[in-house]
Design a protein. Structure first.
Length: 335
């Protein structure tokens, strides 16, 4: 981000404060150690001694990753959380982040203030701050990009590569809530009386404590963002083996279970819809008690949902009767 300027500085003809004033008014309070008050062109950061850096980036575009009518504070929180989920999948702890915000001139300053307030809330919750970034205008939809920095003990980062035939397949939390929440918000499903599904879509839960707890136990891991079946396929291809997924074992929230009972045709959406941001991981056979104990200590439920097998890097999805389930698609793709 460029240097801050007087809060009253205005860009001629624009409905928003000038770029420097906008940064000073809404984003400087988010600056963490090393950000230099967002007054310079870059941050200066000292990683903790004896730790390796872990760096990831995710973008969110209005109308693709969030709805135009989503509350701006949840947009900011989701932007940070989906990136924190990438750290969780590596077993890393958060350190800070860089952010680029591209805003059309139609966006009111109240939206920016609420967006920044959401970020501030989750910075306090997850213990990190911004290190800088950039703010620009765009003729298109709102476009947001965040680069997350974390740290991990040397050589301890979890990878997608590493699952072996015979390993057990586990997943955290519950699956399908995010996809159902989006469908509810778009009017494709009946309203959720408690608002649980919409919250799960707008505010995923990065499983940082669980990822750290599994760092020396899980053999491979990733977060589920594009759909359970598709992301399991990524694990298989990276590890050079196949997987069997037992659909009846996939953990569902009470809200998702009720939706499925009302319409069994929703099962493919649950398995392939995405926006779960749960951890999917491989653990050695015979380690179920250790996995469960560590998950309990982290405060996150986990469920064994299948196994890795010899053969081609493919996912076989089995129904309750043990017969293969045919899915039209395995998950979300941008292209």
């Amino acid at each position: 981000m460029p240097p801050g300027a007087a809060a009253g500085e205005e860009e001629a003809g624009a409905g928003l404060p000038g770029e420097f004033a906008l940064i000073a008014r809404h984003f400087r309070a988010l600056a963490g150690p090393g950000a230099l008050g967002l007054e310079d062109d870059a941050a200066v950061l000292d990683p903790p001694p004896g730790r390796q850096l872990v760096i990831a980036a995710d973008a969110m575009v209005e109308g693709v990753h969030f709805l135009p009518e989503d509350p701006p504070e949840t947009v900011g929180r989701k932007l940070l959380r989906v990136n924190l989920s990438d750290l969780a999948a590596m077993g890393a702890a958060p350190l800070g982040y860089l952010m680029t915000v591209a805003l059309p001139k139609r966006v009111a300053e109240e939206w920016i203030a609420a967006f920044a307030a959401g970020l501030a809330e989750d910075q306090r919750l997850f213990g990190l701050g911004t290190l800088g970034g950039d703010t620009v205008s765009t003729p298109g939809p709102i476009a947001l990009s965040l680069t997350i920095l974390g740290t991990v003990a040397p050589g301890a980062a979890l990878r997608r590569r590493g699952a072996r035939p015979g390993d057990e397949l586990w997943v955290s939390g519950s699956i399908g809530d995010g996809a159902l929440g989006l469908a509810v918000l778009q009017g494709r499903l009946p309203p959720d009386p408690e608002g649980f599904l919409a919250r799960r879509y707008r505010l995923p839960e990065p499983r940082l404590a669980l990822g750290a707890a599994l760092a020396d136990l899980a053999r491979a891991a990733m977060d589920v963002s594009d759909g359970l079946v598709q992301d399991l396929g990524h694990l298989c291809r990276a590890s050079g083996c196949g997987a069997v997924l037992e659909a009846a074992r996939v953990p569902l929230s009470p809200a998702a279970r009720a939706a499925l009972a009302a319409d069994p045709a929703l099962l493919p959406l649950l398995l392939a819809g995405g926006d779960d941001y749960e951890l999917l991981f491989a653990a050695p056979p015979g380690e179920a008690a250790a996995v469960s104990a560590r998950a309990a200590a982290a405060g996150v439920p986990v469920t064994r949902i299948g196994r890795f097998v010899e053969g081609r890097a493919e996912v076989a999805v089995l129904g309750e009767d043990g017969a293969p389930l045919g899915l039209a698609r395995g998950g979300w793709s941008h292209f």
